[in-house]
Write a protein that binds this ligand. Structure first.
Ligand SMILES: [Zn+2]
Length: 144
């Protein structure tokens, strides 16, 4: 999880991510397949574009993997850009925003923000129990 924001992002980059779901998917896809695509099902390394934004489809078994699969953003019920905003602020712990504040800034329900914040905190706790070797693996880190 923390791996997502390990690299320092500039304010401009963050502004773009927080305003565009498309850019968030692109960001996740680049991170997830930074060492190339490997099909989770058959291990094939060839892919073609999938149906969803920045998803990839295995050319052999046709399994499609979205940019959010295996990440905390998978099955998120609200826009991924808003989820990014919460995740970033929780991970960075810059200012400890309350879920009421998140809700106000993002026009979401407080309960929605609370649920997602809790999910991130759980993922971070799990991260802390990993060994350094495991932490090196971005794949592991991304898997919530
Ligand atoms: Zn495959």
């Amino acid at each position: 999880m923390r791996g997502i924001f390990r690299k320092e992002l500039s304010t401009e980059q963050l502004e773009i991510l927080f305003q565009s779901d498309e850019k968030c998917y692109e960001f996740l896809a680049n991170l997830k397949w930074s060492k190339g695509f490997i099909c989770r099902k058959c291990g094939n390394t060839n892919h073609c574009p999938g149906k969803r934004p920045h998803s990839r489809r295995c050319t052999k078994c046709k399994t499609e993997e979205s940019a959010t699969t295996g990440t905390i953003f998978h099955n998120c019920k609200f826009p991924v850009s808003k989820a990014f905003y919460i995740a970033y602020n929780v991970c960075k712990n810059k200012d400890d925003l309350s879920t009421y504040e998140f809700a106000r800034r993002l026009s979401l329900r407080q309960m929605t923000c609370w649920n997602f914040k809790t999910k991130i905190q759980h993922a971070l706790q799990q991260m802390d129990s990993l060994t350094d070797g495991e932490k090196l693996s971005i794949r592991k880190i991304l898997t919530s």
